[in-house]
Design a protein around this ligand. Sequence first.
Ligand SMILES: *Cc1c(COP(=O)(O)O)cnc(C)c1O
Length: 399
Amino acid sequence: MTAKKHKIPDKHGRFGPYGGRYVPETVIYALDELKREYRTIKNDKAFRSELKALFADYIGRPSPLYFAERLTEYLKGPQIYFKREDLNHTGAHKINNTVGQILLARRMGKERIIAETGAGQHGLATATVCARFGVECIIYMGEEDIARQAPNVKKMKLLGAEVRPVSSGSKTLKDATSEALRDWVTNVRDTFYIIGSVVGPDPYPMIVRDFQSVIGKETKAQSKRILGASPDAIIACVGGGSNAIGIFHQFLNDKKVKLIGVEAAGLGLRSGKHAATLSKGKPGVLHGSFSYLIYDHDGQIILPHSISAGLDYPGIGPEHSWLYDTGRVKYGSTTDKEAMRAFKLVSRLEGIIPAMETSHALGWLIKNSKDFKKSANIVVCLSGRGDKDMPILEEYGEL
Ligand SMILES: *Cc1c(COP(=O)(O)O)cnc(C)c1O
């Protein structure tokens, strides 16, 4: 093998120029502690078996690799498979990461958990594991999002979490994230901050990636068994980028496997109302990390727009920025309209209601299916289920 191995981040937490730690001094100590503990714990036998047991019996892993027969017939090829993260406990891939991080928090003796949430999916996954382990849980959420995501707010409260409304700025995810970071700076001694995607300061992008890599590890083994080989291409939607990195990571050194990340194009890439961080953004610093972002001439963050709340983030994980620059992963985008069409089509054809986020990956494949050989095997990371998205149907006049 002559190709250079994909071995990142480096010891400074950099993925090429991206990543790092752009945080107040007081947090550096906590990040060092987290990194040190994680390094020790991740290879610890007891930790690994505890994690394995929770993955199996609490989340329901491994998630199946499913042949989407009618979608394949409808498009007349390629051969489409779904990696069924929608079947996980709480309905998406996010639980893989929160289970991992709560075990880490417990090992580190932290009794108080904080997290930020936009759509409420990460808040819900965090509240779930906090209930499971009986620890205090505080979820920061923008007031705007609290109004838009009432069912998830109720679920978090039912699970025993305190949902703290954030009224600064745009009252959405980016403000909730800033508030959570502020809490952490103040309470760093006894508090563990569970970040929900492959974003934030080092070592979070690496830790979240490692916990989510179970998706790709299973996909590799299942492909070998079902297809006799690795798939020809893997497609995943990209918000912060955790389900995508999770399924891509095992295949980064296998250059025959095409990897495609799909961003939210919202009302269109030229509309100014989208969340297409890589397609339209530039490198900058947000939430403790250097990565692609969408911001204006004054350096102010442009409020992202997407039909799916889970992709509605102005940044992206640093590893994706690096994979974009190196060209190992190709990134495309899907508009609100195309995602809605995919959402309805896949529901009808497969009896699987995909999350609106996932529908962006599906929409990209539907739009570009002719670029693949009919015999090509394509895996779509079905990151979550769409039950939560029923209100969007009404909002867009689709019901
Ligand atoms: C949160 C979410 C996403 C986006 O987050 P990533 O970190 O990019 O994976 C995608 N799909 C679903 C179902 C989600 O809940």
